[in-house]
Design a binder for this molecule. Structure first.
Ligand code: ATP
Length: 293
């Protein structure tokens, strides 16, 4: 059974439809990224999964339960949604110990997360000394204290610098591997998710544009082309209805295959020196899917 299941999910704010009937599943133990531009409907989706918002239509279940009517799900699911806010004059370490005790864990259990996220030097500081990025990292450490089965996080890396992002992704990979924790995380940037996600769901304007393992997304949607090095580029380009770019013949994959390239080369007496298949970058795929220039 998938750990998250959404079917025909719609959300209207007044007359505006933010989610236009979306379906998706997340399998246990996977890191799945929900990626889309501003206003795509990511936060709305995550709030519904968290039981903070009720869908206008459709169904969502987490571990087989509707999050709206089963608040006890919060024991096993960590939600990291809003920008964090901690009491400014309390020490990081003291807060973490209390938070661990509240969820029935050993008081020092949070220290490993502080370390993994590079926060150990702030353990004795008060929250007023923490930057927005470090507050964000601390919120993640607190959410992980009770060893959740599922973590739902809205752009958890948005305030973090590249080093801190890498630490966060390393921690996600470690928890997934060691504890089988499932992560459902949103982001604006598809290429960023390459480092951490098994699968991506691409959303735009309240609709899902694609859901696939990252590798498959690249190969199935890349619209690859061939770049051919030859001694007679102009002739071969004409035979294959391609173009000469920087001395090489470039053709779309739809218009030719390796055997048609070979045949055309023989026909016009061109010698093929090399044939490269060139795929679009993840960034290009993303722009194409969400309709950005
Ligand atoms: P971002 O990356 O900017 O956070 P998002 O993908 O998380 O965007 P949502 O916050 O889910 O998108 O918003 C989806 C759409 O719904 C947007 O057009 C937004 O303006 C609209 N919206 C969100 N919340 C409300 C609300 N409470 N009332 C009216 N419209 C809303």
């Amino acid at each position: 059974m998938p750990i998250i299941e959404a079917k025909g999910l719609r959300k209207r704010y007044g007359s505006f439809e933010a989610l236009k009937g979306i379906d998706f599943e997340v399998q246990e133990g996977k890191v799945v990224a929900l990626v889309g531009p501003n206003g795509a409907g990511k936060t709305t989706t995550l709030k519904i999964l968290s039981g903070f918002l009720r869908p206008t239509e459709g169904k969502v279940s987490i571990m087989g339960k509707d999050p709206w009517s089963h608040p006890e799900l919060k024991k096993d699911v960590a939600y990291i949604l809003d920008r964090p806010n901690f009491p400014p004059h309390v020490k990081v370490k003291d807060f973490l110990r209390e938070a661990a005790l509240m969820v029935g864990e050993a008081p020092d259990v949070g220290e490993e997360y502080l370390k993994a996220l590079g926060l150990q030097e702030y353990a004795q500081s008060s929250f007023s000394k923490l930057s927005a990025g470090n507050m964000q990292k601390f919120a993640i450490a607190v959410a992980l204290l009770r060893r959740p089965k599922l973590v739902v996080a809205d752009e958890p890396s948005s305030n973090l610098d590249p080093g801190a992002r890498a630490q966060l992704y390393d921690l996600i990979i470690k928890l997934r591997k060691e504890n089988g924790t499932t992560f459902f995380i949103s982001s604006h940037v598809l290429t960023e998710m390459e480092k951490v996600a098994d699968e991506v769901i691409i959303m735009a304007e309240g609709q899902i544009k694609a859901q696939a393992p990252l590798g498959q997304l690249a190969s199935s949607l890349s619209g690859s082309s061939f770049r051919i090095t030859t001694d007679k580029p102009e002739l071969l380009a004409e035979a294959l209805k391609g173009q000469v770019v920087e001395g090489k013949v470039v053709i779309g994959e739809q218009s030719a295959s390796l055997s048609t390239i070979d045949e055309a080369a023989k026909r016009v007496g061109a010698r093929i020196i090399s044939v490269e298949r060139v795929g679009s970058s993840l960034d290009e795929i993303f722009k194409k899917l969400v309709g950005e220039e």
